[in-house]
Design a protein around this ligand. Structure first.
Ligand SMILES: Cc1cc2nc3c(=O)[nH]c(=O)nc-3n(C[C@H](O)[C@H](O)[C@H](O)COP(=O)(O)O)c2cc1C
Length: 216
């Protein structure tokens, strides 16, 4: 049985796209200090050249990270592990006046090669990005960026960039509840890989090809 989402709740339909893979985005503040915040709405949007897109809230409140990226044109996407999901969530909490979110997080810095903001040493991969284009899509602004440098932890990924699931559990986010004193977040724990081999059929010639889904 299918359930229709009522027109007055149609905005919630975007959550049918969950789970998401939240990242930690590092940026530079106006005073040159470092900043960090978690964001889920991130996706690759071009392979050659390599580009990704990140959607950040602009209304009714503009994300501080968005202000930093619009001003500097630079950010780093850091891939966190499930081990520090609590710290990831904490990075979304507001700071007291004068407090710095990066210092509060206790994360260690990883110097970047091509951009000013540092990466987060505890994370398993780091994509250094330079802003290419921005589009106001609604209450979010879509930031499209060139990946100008990338690094990964050899313990967590194989040389063909496949996650080593026995060594590294990525943070996969399903939903959250905001309570008076806390937030509850549900993350998925990978239960292993489902591997399947799908043969090409002669009738598919000119349709689906290896090139459509894979590297040549
Ligand atoms: C798991 C998770 C995912 C989030 N994803 C997004 C997102 O994709 N876009 C967004 O604007 N805010 C997202 N947020 C909320 C921001 O992290 C939060 O508003 C934060 O305070 C923004 O920080 P900043 O203002 O210091 O940049 C997410 C929060 C969590 C915990």
């Amino acid at each position: 049985m299918k359930t229709d989402i009522l027109a007055e709740r149609i905005h919630d339909s975007v959550f049918l796209l969950q789970p998401s893979r939240p990242i930690l985005c590092t940026t530079k503040n106006e005073d040159g200090s470092d900043h960090v915040a978690p964001f889920s709405w991130v996706n690759p949007v071009s392979h050659k050249p390599p580009r990704l897109a990140l959607a950040l809230l602009n209304s009714p409140r503009k994300q501080h990270s968005l202000e930093n990226i619009e001003r500097t044109g630079e950010f780093v996407i850091n891939i966190p592990s499930l081990d520090f999901a609590d710290k990831l969530v904490e990075c979304s909490y507001k700071t007291k006046s004068g407090e710095n979110k990066f210092e509060r997080s206790g994360f260690k810095r990883l110097e970047s090669l091509k951009v000013q903001p540092p990466g987060i040493l505890e994370c398993k991969a780091h994509l250094e990005c330079k802003l290419y284009s921005r589009v106001v899509t609604g209450d979010h602004t879509l930031l499209i960026a060139d990946i100008v440098h990338a690094r990964y932890d050899g313990e967590a990924y194989s040389p063909n960039l496949m996650i080593k699931l026995d060594k590294f559990s990525p943070a996969i986010h399903v939903l959250n509840y905001n309570l008076e004193e806390s937030q509850i977040h549900v993350f998925l724990k990978p239960g292993g890989a489902h591997v399947t081999e799908v043969p090409y059929k002669k009738s598919y010639a000119g349709g689906t090809s290896k090139m459509d889904i894979n590297e040549e």
